[in-house]
Structures are given as structure tokens and as C-alpha cells.
Ligand binder design. Structure first.
Ligand code: ZN
Length: 182
């Protein structure tokens, strides 16, 4: 005698006390490392790499109008025995080389520290559209402090300037570096 088919058990998620399966939830957000880096994040990474080489931890990147990364560099003063090998100078030169032009119109220089007078003047010579920097530098800066290069009548190209971006992280990196050296 055939047995009556027993009714199929209810689907798992309808059983009392059953939890929704993870697969039915929205996908988990991707970890931060896999998200595209912002220019200041990338500059911070260059600064950290510079610190690991024993250089003052300053990093810089140059991006074009579309946000494409053209160059990234950290300080290489010690490695090159060159006090002018600041991150900004190296990144600007590399970006110009890549574009095959001594001018970088539409480009943004992003740097973890307020540029010194030399780098501020160089950014003007390279005709960058914008400078974004992290920490302010009352002692060595040349944009909002000291020489205030872009306010000088001798400066013929004045970029837009945005200071204080990720200021806390950028300043903490420098502070940590110099405290460790004492
Ligand atoms: Zn500089």
C-alpha cells in the first residue's frame, strides 16, 4: 500500500526561529583596501613609504582633470643627496614627462604637507590648476605661511589652493616621525 507522501518541510527561512541566510542580504561592502584611493590617500601612502626609507614623510601625487593619476612620489632628499628632491618636485617632473609637456594645465597637485616656497613656486611654473594639501606648516610652508608665494606680485600663475585635507592624519605622520627621531 503506497504511503501518503509526507508534506515537504517548509523552506528554512519560514521555520520559526530561522535566520535569513546571508545570501539573501545585500552584499557586504568591499573592504577599504579594494576601493579606489583618493589622491590624498595615495599621497599619504607615499609619505609612509618615505618614512620607512628614513626620509621626512611627505608624499605628493599629480592627477589630471579626469582624476587619473599621472605621478606619485615621496621625499627622496637623503636617497638622492639632493635637498631639492621634495615629493612635489619629483611628482611634478614625472607628470610633465608623462604628458610630454612642461606645463600641467588642469592638473592637481595633492600633497600631505603645505608646500615649501620652492615647491609652491615650482607648482606655479608647472601651471597646475589646483594644489590640495594636508597639514599646515607654519615653520616651512610657503603658501599660507612665510613667503606666501602665490600672494607675491612676482607670481604669474596662481593655482587654486585647498589646505587642511586629512590634516589630522597628515600631521600625525610627521609628528610620529620626528618624535621617533628624538
Ligand atoms: Zn618643498
Amino acid at each position: 500500500m503506497p504511503r501518503a507522501a509526507s508534506p515537504a518541510p517548509p523552506p528554512a527561512h519560514r521555520r520559526p526561529g530561522a535566520r535569513r541566510r546571508a545570501g539573501t542580504l545585500a552584499p557586504a561592502p568591499r573592504p577599504c583596501e579594494s576601493l579606489p584611493m583618493t589622491p590624498i590617500d595615495r599621497a599619504l601612502r607615499e609619505a609612509q613609504a618615505a618614512a620607512a626609507r628614513g626620509e621626512v614623510p611627505v608624499g605628493a601625487v599629480v592627477t589630471d582633470e579626469a582624476g587619473t593619476l599621472l605621478a606619485a612620489a615621496g621625499n627622496e632628499v637623503e636617497a638622492r643627496c639632493d635637498p631639492t628632491a621634495h615629493a612635489e618636485i619629483l611628482a611634478l617632473r614625472e607628470a610633465a614627462r608623462r604628458l610630454g609637456s612642461p606645463r600641467l594645465p588642469g592638473c592637481t597637485l595633492t600633497v600631505t604637507l603645505e608646500p615649501c616656497p620652492m615647491c609652491a613656486q615650482a607648482a606655479s611654473f608647472f601651471r597646475v590648476k589646483r594644489i590640495v594639501f594636508g597639514a599646515y606648516d607654519p615653520k616651512g610652508g610657503g603658501v599660507d605661511h612665510g613667503a606666501r608665494i602665490f600672494a607675491a606680485p612676482s607670481c604669474h600663475h596662481v593655482p587654486e589652493v585647498i589646505g587642511g585635507v586629512r590634516e589630522t592624519d597628515c600631521a600625525a605622520l610627521l609628528r610620529g616621525f620626528f618624535e621617533a627621531r628624538r
